[in-house]
Design a protein around this ligand. Structure first.
Ligand code: KIV
Length: 300
């Protein structure tokens, strides 16, 4: 990492750095984030400024959120992908505000350091900024989450502005927006054509101007994500949007290899937890059936 003489103090973020303006970082070096006792939206902003990549993962329950937080992830998203991976639905459309609040409470109970962002589910904000504010307040008050995420561009700016009036930080979500699956009909890459790319750029600016602290880009061409990320002041988080976003997000159950039937090109599997569970359960069944479990030592 190379530092130049100081003009700005960033120790107000609780990152303990004094008087240094960071001009560039060695990939993987985590100066701001590793010193942040708690990740806030300001820490993320500072990470963008210093070029530190933001690591975000989903979680929906206490036990896994505890492991994910302890491992040092910066942001935990209580995604409405819970509809798919926790409830087994085909889409994110059926999950309710009550369900999201329940999952978010479980995650918040586990987390010491990460910023917890909670998805606003389908039907909790569309077309009605007062409803959006009411839903966001319920999420914050009942779950203890730290911010909300909301899908859409220019058409939801009124809702974003109204939510922000209550002091609730908002993350945007552009590109593939799964709540609109029935409008688009497919989960294919978005904004490949110039017109749609232009619209995405305008939407991203509109979300930034409205006051979003960050935007997720899902399944868009890498060069478009790079251009928009460079032109925005707020951090962008990519999923299937190439390496030049300011951070990356994956669905935890996908990257752990718990879900097996979902293999998009952008997904890297870091473990075979599905295989480990299968092996453990088969071993247990065998031991019970042949009387090997419990042993004398495991008995009272
Ligand atoms: O719900 C979710 O998990 C998401 C991520 C894919 C960004 O929105």
């Amino acid at each position: 990492m190379w530092l130049k003489k100081s003009s700005q103090r960033i120790d107000s973020l609780g990152v303990g750095l004094k008087s240094a303006t960071v001009l560039g970082v060695v990939p993987g070096e985590r100066l701001v984030s590793s010193r942040a006792k708690k990740v806030t939206t300001h820490v993320l902003q500072e990470m963008k400024r210093t070029g530190e990549k933001i690591a975000m993962l989903t979680a929906y329950d206490y036990s896994l959120a505890r492991l994910v937080d302890a491992a040092g992830v910066d942001v935990i998203l209580v995604g409405d992908s819970a509809s798919n991976v926790m409830a087994g639905n085909d889409t994110t459309v059926p999950i309710t505000l009550d369900h999201m609040i329940y999952h978010a409470q479980c995650v918040v109970n586990a987390v010491d350091r990460a910023l917890v962002v909670v998805d606003m589910p389908f039907g909790s904000y569309q077309g009605d900024s007062k409803l959006a504010l009411k839903s966001a307040i319920r999420i914050m008050k009942e779950s203890g989450g730290h911010a909300v995420k909301i899908e859409g561009g220019n058409e939801i700016v009124d809702s974003i502005k109204r939510i922000l009036t209550a002091g609730i930080p908002v993350m945007g979500h552009l590109g593939l927006t799964p709540q609109s699956i029935y409008k688009f009909g497919t989960y294919s890459v978005r904004a490949k054509e110039e017109e749609e790319a232009e619209k995405l750029m305008e939407d991203a600016m509109a979300l930034q101007d409205a006051g979003c602290f960050s935007i997720v880009f899902e399944k868009i061409p890498a060069d478009l994500a790079k251009r928009v990320s460079q032109s925005l002041d707020i951090p962008t988080i990519g999923i299937g949007a190439g390496a030049d976003c300011d951070g990356q997000v994956l669905v935890l159950h996908d990257m752990l290899g718990i879900t097996k039937d979902f293999s998009p090109r952008f997904l890297r599997r870091y473990a075979d937890v599905g295989g480990a569970v299968d092996g453990a359960v088969r071993g247990y069944i065998e031991d019970v059936r042949n009387g090997d479990f419990p042993s004398e030592e495991e008995s009272y």
